[in-house]
Ligand binder design. Structure first.
Ligand SMILES: *[C@@H]1O[C@H](CO)[C@@H](O)[C@H](O)[C@H]1NC(C)=O
Ligand SMILES: *[C@@H]1O[C@H](CO)[C@@H](O)[C@H](O)[C@H]1NC(C)=O
Ligand SMILES: *[C@@H]1O[C@H](CO)[C@@H](O)[C@H](O)[C@H]1NC(C)=O
Ligand SMILES: *[C@@H]1O[C@H](CO)[C@@H](O)[C@H](O)[C@H]1NC(C)=O
Ligand SMILES: *[C@@H]1O[C@H](CO)[C@@H](O)[C@H](O)[C@H]1NC(C)=O
Ligand SMILES: *[C@@H]1O[C@H](CO)[C@@H](O)[C@H](O)[C@H]1NC(C)=O
Ligand SMILES: [Ca+2]
Ligand SMILES: [Ca+2]
Length: 384
């Protein structure tokens, strides 16, 4: 039931995206290949395809991230007041989230204004932005080149800022008495948790429950501060061992199809192993290998993990691979920088010069390709 609605949701989203890009396409004439910079985020309260493996990549350019954030905040507030305070008119609530920005920075009336701004070369000069950002990325060491490692650190910073911002917003909704902490009694589980209770077998069962809360409360004071609440929402990125252990327990609950409380080889092979393998062998999608070929390495890994040799994996035995089952922000940051290198490192020396970046600006900024030729048109969104 849950899975079906997820599939429908994805299908509807894809169709909408296609329609939006197509209508843009028609309105843009011209013989030449034309690209339009695009804002990516469109905030939605619909349950994500997979709430725990969901990932919203941050924009490369903090200025773009800021525009996207403001837009999301507006949509979020609108929805929040509609759901929680229907007695108020949502449009009478000015954005509380906007704080301390440059006076020179434009205020966005709406989303189209923001996109028009990005596509106005005189206002938003991509070359100039890259010149400005380059020295902020080229830091370790400062040598006039951006390495994959430097790029990963940069992406990670942007990603973490994004995640923390979302957590702050969630905190505002859940911290009813506004003391800056979330207590177990005070928070309300989001609707996707309630509706998935018992309906989708095993899945999501422990999220937003007391065990999850307790594991996130690192100092055990019964309250989650912003750091602890951020870990609560993003346990794969925590270094709180209790929360990581909880995440392993949750993984077992999810994979344990015969419900004996443990993960046997079959359950491991038909769920966990694929994720670990995809993590390790990025871009090596030999999906049609025969089962025998895959089973041997799976058996080997299982045996390595099964420390007490009882033929089952316990939560503690899953710990070494939990970071591969639930990829961290760093993983996505690295994936994104590998992609950028592959696209923008023109002379293939494994590092980017400012010139290489300026010559490939659309690798850094999401763009839609608008072309005359409908057949050749493509929706291009590197950061997903
Ligand atoms: C964003 O989503 C809303 C509905 O949630 C839709 O009305 C709007 O057209 C979308 N905007 C873009 C640019 O995708
Ligand atoms: C964009 O910035 C670069 C570098 O500062 C400059 O050379 C170029 O003329 C600018 N382009 C526009 C359209 O302003
Ligand atoms: C869900 O399952 C638990 C036990 O697994 C049970 O106590 C509870 O009543 C069930 N809830 C619903 C809505 O079926
Ligand atoms: C969570 O911790 C509180 C005390 O801080 C305790 O009373 C409660 O039983 C714990 N709940 C679970 C499910 O461990
Ligand atoms: C939140 O509490 C943890 C201890 O559980 C502490 O390490 C952290 O610094 C606190 N965060 C903030 C923002 O005060
Ligand atoms: C892809 O997988 C095959 C066998 O599984 C392995 O021999 C090969 O080295 C892998 N290639 C990469 C690029 O990881
Ligand atoms: Ca460098
Ligand atoms: Ca605490």
């Amino acid at each position: 039931m849950g899975k079906v609605s997820v599939i429908i949701y994805i299908a509807v989203a894809v169709v909408l995206l296609l329609l939006i890009s197509r209508s843009n396409n028609k309105s843009q004439g011209g013989r030449h290949r034309h690209r339009r910079l695009k804002l990516r985020s469109n905030f939605t309260f619909a349950p994500p395809a997979d709430p725990h493996h969901q990932h919203n990549r941050a924009a490369f350019d903090p200025l773009v991230a800021d525009i996207e954030r403001k837009r999301e905040d507006k949509q979020w507030e609108h929805h929040y007041f509609q759901t929680h305070h229907p007695e108020l008119h949502s449009d009478s609530n000015p954005s509380k989230a906007a704080q301390g920005h440059d006076a020179s920075e434009p205020e966005w009336e709406d989303f189209m204004d923001a996109e028009d701004y990005l596509n106005n070369e005189e206002k938003f000069n991509v070359t100039y932005r890259l010149i400005l950002l380059f020295p902020k990325i080229d830091v370790d060491p400062v040598d006039g080149y951006v390495s994959e490692g430097e790029l990963t650190e940069w992406n990670l910073q942007q990603g973490q800022k994004e995640v923390l911002h979302r957590t702050e917003r969630e905190m505002e909704a859940h911290d009813k008495n506004k003391d800056g902490f979330v207590s177990f009694a005070e928070y309300e589980a989001p609707s996707w948790v309630k509706s998935s209770d018992n309906a989708s077998f095993g899945y999501d069962m422990g999220w937003w429950k007391e065990e999850h809360f307790n594991a996130s409360d690192a100092d055990g004071d019964g309250l989650l501060n912003i750091t602890e609440f951020n870990d609560f929402l993003h346990p794969a990125d925590t270094n709180n061992p209790r929360l990581l252990r909880w995440l392993c327990q949750e993984e077992i609950r999810e994979r344990d199809s015969d419900r004996d409380g443990k993960v046997n080889f079959k359950e491991f092979f038909h769920g966990i192993f694929d994720m670990v393998r995809n993590y390790d062998e990025e871009g090596n999608h030999s999906l049609h290998e025969s089962d025998d070929l895959v089973e041997a390495p799976a058996k080997k890994l299982f045996a390595q993990l099964d420390k007490d040799g009882d033929g089952y994996l316990s939560d503690v035995e899953l710990l070494p691979i939990i970071g591969k089952i639930h990829p961290s922000e760093r993983y996505y940051a690295k994936q994104q920088s590998e992609y950028i290198m592959q696209q923008a490192d023109t002379n293939k020396d494994g590092r980017l010069t400012l010139t290489e970046m300026i010559e490939n600006p659309y690798v850094f900024y999401s763009a839609v390709f608008n072309e005359d030729d409908d057949d050749d048109y493509g929706y291009h969104d590197e950061f997903r």
